[in-house]
Ligand binder design. Structure first.
Ligand SMILES: [Zn+2]
Length: 318
């Protein structure tokens, strides 16, 4: 928890509710004496979260700051919401949703199972939402699921929080005059990540396959890997043009230019770590070699620092 540790500042963690979910994913073990506390602290951060509404295009808006980034499409069929944020931010999320339109909440899509994207599932379901997700998301929410790198075991979610409308490869929704394409990435950040594309508006939500401006967390406990993340980053680039507005799982709304940079950085670090591992270097030696050094000033100043990201990459190469 001390300020001299690299890549994390307690003050920043507390002050920046918008990045609190990121904190969960990235703070090395020793910082808080166990990631378990991070999950608890991240959930609590929703109480003081500053939720902002950002209009995107074609009636699609983003809600930033209440956990994973949320996207919303209001309309006569009821609101379609992508990801549910923290339960502790419920009041602020509800207020932000009400500010967009009086339409009831009818449809919720989860990008993946992580708590900063699904803790609000139960209240949104009780408000009227049918929950759609990949079948692996339902699987993880239905059972006790451990994330080793968070040192945390999540109990099964309440029945109302579990998606009832699931698919394996892709699915198309027609709601509020829009076509919404849902597509499984294959194993990437978890084994249940999906993209959500608002076709007419040309707005894409990538879930946690893209972290804009931060090294990403990778959940090896439920099927994630660095190579899967890079594959998803490539897939994201095939889905966008220079005009597409893209909502990442964490970080500010962006587009193709930032996604190319992210893909290149992931691939570059992966290659460096793989080469060092191939030479027979130990994890400690590879961390000491600082294979992320060229990028840390920009990408490692948030909550996944270079060291932790190096460890996540090391797990998935060689
Ligand atoms: Zn996640």
């Amino acid at each position: 928890m001390s300020a001299q540790l690299p890549g994390i500042s307690r003050r920043r963690f507390v002050a920046s509710a918008g990045l609190a979910a990121t904190a969960v994913c990235v703070v090395p073990h020793r910082v808080f004496g166990g990631e378990e506390r991070l999950v608890v602290a991240a959930r609590k951060s929703g109480e003081t979260a500053n939720v902002t509404v950002q209009a995107l295009r074609g009636n699609v808006s983003a809600l930033i700051g209440a956990g994973g980034n949320i996207a919303v499409l209001p309309g006569n069929d009821g609101k379609l919401i992508i990801d549910a944020g923290y339960l502790s931010a419920r009041n602020k999320i509800a207020a932000a949703l009400s500010s967009l339109s009086p339409d009831p909440i009818k449809h919720l899509v989860n990008t993946h199972w992580h708590f900063d994207h699904t803790d609000g599932n139960e209240w949104m379901h009780s408000a009227g939402a049918t929950i759609t997700a990949h079948e692996n998301t339902r699987k993880h929410l239905s059972t006790s699921t451990r994330v080793e790198d968070w040192n945390f075991t999540f109990p099964p979610s309440p029945v109302g929080a579990i998606p009832t409308d699931v698919f394996s490869a892709d699915k198309s929704l027609q709601l509020n005059g829009a076509t919404i394409a849902l597509k499984h990435y294959g194993p990437a950040h978890t084994d249940g990540d999906i993209s959500i594309y608002f076709t007419e508006a040309d707005v894409l939500h990538t879930g946690d396959t893209w972290w804009n401006g931060h090294y990403p967390f990778i959940d090896y406990s439920t099927g994630g890997s660095i190579n899967g993340m890079i594959k998803a980053a490539e897939a994201n680039l095939t889905m966008v043009t220079d005009k597409t507005i893209v909502v990442p799982g964490h970080g500010p709304v962006g587009g193709k230019t930032e996604m190319i940079e992210y893909r290149d950085i992931l691939a570059s670090i992966r290659d460096r770590v793989a080469a060092l591992k191939e030479e027979g270097k130990s994890l400690n030696e590879i961390v000491a070699a600082k294979p992320t050094a060229a990028y840390d000033a920009k990408w490692g100043t948030g909550f996944v620092n270079g060291e932790f990201f190096t460890k996540l990459v090391y797990k998935g190469v060689g």
